[in-house]
Design a protein around this ligand. Sequence first.
Ligand SMILES: NC(=O)c1ccc[n+]([C@@H]2O[C@H](COP(=O)([O-])OP(=O)(O)OC[C@H]3O[C@@H](n4cnc5c(N)ncnc54)[C@H](O)[C@@H]3O)[C@@H](O)[C@H]2O)c1
Length: 308
Amino acid sequence: MKVTVVGAGAVGASCAEYIAIKNFASEVVLLDIKEGYAEGKAMDLMQTASLNGFDTKITGVTNDYSKTANSDIAVITSGIPRKPGMTREELIGINAGIVKSVASSLIEHSPNVTMIVVSNPMDTMTYLVHKTTNLPKNKIIGMGGALDSARFKYRLAEALEAPISDVDGMVIGGHSDVGMVPLTSHATRNSIKVSTFLSEERLQQVAEDTKVGGATLTKLLGTSAWYAPGAAVSGLVQAIACDQKKIFPCSTYLEGEYDLNDICIGVPVVLGKDGIEQIVDIPLSDAEKAKMQESAQGVSKTNGLLEL
Ligand SMILES: NC(=O)c1ccc[n+]([C@@H]2O[C@H](COP(=O)([O-])OP(=O)(O)OC[C@H]3O[C@@H](n4cnc5c(N)ncnc54)[C@H](O)[C@@H]3O)[C@@H](O)[C@H]2O)c1
């Protein structure tokens, strides 16, 4: 199993590290445009192999796509992250050009690759890959909901004063501060609806804290976060590489599901060896349906800024 990660910055390197530590891939290629940067990150990570007990071979390359040839899975993290006060949508001008050219270079050397898009604004970047490549839709996956759901579970556990392993919940919709739809009515603590333990006001607070989870960290760190994003990507890569058939909310191209068309947005999907193997249409309340439609309008507006 060969995995390429484009962008050896904060998220790319964290993602490569988690993939390696989970020890399911034979090879990870880190690629960056900055001379020597990916080579340095790869060497540093390889020097943790004997300490962390993994055999995955990590190599770093400067913009040499021939070294990525025949990758099974490729992750795109290249591009600029947001700074405090910025929205993800503001990154579109620079990141669209980067994502388009990176996707095309990857496919040139790995025509059967499954692509995971991370660069922001992620739903629009996933749509861009869908519109500008000939990859089938099941092989184009946007990562946002897996991270947002992890943040949701963190906030739920905090409110419940319960261990995170006792909590389950999912965030669908667009990967933006206003577009996320945390499914509070579906969230559970060990199969019991969280509304049994938390007031409606507290649940609303959990949802709001989840939606601004990225912005909260960007303010604290001065740039966007990387540990949880890297871990979330590694979870998707593992589900595909190991044919796990796990359900994650991912951005995928919709053709009528959730009453949406011609858009990539976060919905629950089954991930296995064929990438997105099923889109799971779950019943939503009227309020959740309305939030999903509103979220989709926001994503479509950003998609409208693309020069396709
Ligand atoms: N989808 C999500 O949930 C999520 C979460 C966190 C961050 N992000 C996004 O991921 C992206 C990366 O964030 P980061 O914190 O790792 O940023 P970073 O600046 O640390 O790393 C980005 C890397 O991309 C490289 N790069 C730029 N242009 C390139 C090109 N054409 N080819 C190859 N490499 C190139 C840069 O040299 C840099 O090393 C940002 O757009 C950020 O907003 C998304």
